[in-house]
Design a protein around this ligand. Sequence first.
Ligand code: ZN
Ligand code: FE
Ligand code: FE
Ligand code: ZN
Length: 266
Amino acid sequence: MLPDYHIHTALCKHATGDVTEYRSGAKKQGIPEICFADHVPNPDGYDPAHRMALDQFSSYREMIEALQNGETPEVLLGVEVDYYEGCERFLREWLPAQEFDFVLGSVHFIEEWGFDNPEERHVWDSADITATWRKYFNVLLKVANSGLFDAVGHLDLPKKFGHRPKEKDLKEMVQPVLDSIAKTGMGIELNTSGLRKPVGEIYPSPFIVAMAREREIPICFGSDAHRPDDVGDRFALALDLAREVGYTDYFRIRQRRKELVRLPEA
Ligand code: ZN
Ligand code: FE
Ligand code: FE
Ligand code: ZN
């Protein structure tokens, strides 16, 4: 089984279950390693409804450290950083000071619009789909160029409710982002939460994963579980996808250093 590198905790206010339940969920499936990557705090008041407060970070860390007791699966300390204009002011110094194993960079907002939030889904009804995706990838390019992150989370998240640009437009938009990811040594995650969303597809799409493969961008796997039952959700499909486009390895990470590991045999 593959490690699950994208698991949330109740501290983000929209996940359920205790961290021990996430770990037992992983153990039952024979998952060797998990990484909690809960939404990062940011003292500038960004989207407080979906994250821990800065003064809760020590309890997050302690909760995870308590699971680092030699039992399997091994538990890593990570965060999912929501990137937005200006977030570096805090993160540039704070992130490297925290001894994270894994820092995932994600984009959930275009300007003030939480485009993947079901409560703001109606905004899509009057949005120009291609222009919206273009804006999204412009933000993602900053994520890739920032040097702050180890991997990009759910790389084609704007497809969540089924809104997609034409493939030729997508290709042209995603190319510079993948080039930058490759150049800076970042990875991407194959995130199975898309299978639980209206789009019904892993993030990113096979088309993009194939483009990542061409650039030898390392991959990892994440369920984006917000409840213990979703740990390792349909990783067999993600593994198939990785193999289909020619991947033979994935990465594991410790203290932000990646190591390539062979994918399990078919
Ligand atoms: Zn979340
Ligand atoms: Fe996310
Ligand atoms: Fe997440
Ligand atoms: Zn996520």
